[in-house]
Ligand binder design. Sequence first.
Ligand SMILES: [Fe+2]
Length: 291
Amino acid sequence: MGYRQRHAIPDLGVGVGLRTPHVAHVLRDGPPMDWFEIISENYFADGGIQRANLERAAAAYRLIPHGVSLSIGGTDPIDPGYLARLRALVSRVRAPWCSDHLCWTGSGKVDVHDLLPLPYNPETLSHVIDRVRRVQDELQVPFALENASSYMEFEASTMPEHEFLAELSERADCGILLDVNNVFVSAYNHGFDAEAYVDAIPADRVLQIHLAGHTHKGLYLLDTHSDHVRPEVLDLYRRALRRCGSVSTLVEWDESIPSWDVLSGEAAVARSVRDEVLGATSKEAAWGASA
Ligand SMILES: [Fe+2]
């Protein structure tokens, strides 16, 4: 039995990241959207407006926490307080899974607020596997790691990223959040084959797919999340869907955030691609069937 089936991971359809400019509209008007991803750390506080907004949003929509500062590849001990707050958030919104990035974000308690790449070799693999097991033991829900975009590689790497991610997910028994835009960006920057990367990812471990826009900077691509998803990334998305099947998709737009209509239109584009590949009836009833 595959990982998604074993954990009864629902396909939520196509959602967007819930970002500040749209919170008031979403809470007041309840526009149609299959689901929302929320940045975990923004909702760790025990009270205040963020907690109030979270409660209202969770009553109306499916919310999935997505973290940016767990630092699963770092060498500082994983903060038990962080894990406790994440577990409380997951429980509060009844999330069927949560996610973070395959990266490190700092050292010696200094957080650089960036998703830094790791050297891909057996030593790093063992290190990350141990930490993923620790996180999953605490969270008690499936945990997925996302492939981050990168702009440099380590001479100490001895395996490609897709091989590291595949082996990590199997040995730690965790999920994968496949960001196809990040695959496209890193493939361009490092000169590897994006389609071969997607083809090598263990399909049944993919709990979620990310789509986003990037910016061409001349010599390299930058993962800016500031624009529409490019057609070539949608082609890679088609390939991922053919491989992974009925998997939740999330459109990220974090810079130059557009109007709600433009953002929801971008989700509609992704939804039409999904329908084209999977058929229009693939999505489970997003909230009612699995709540
Ligand atoms: Fe992403």
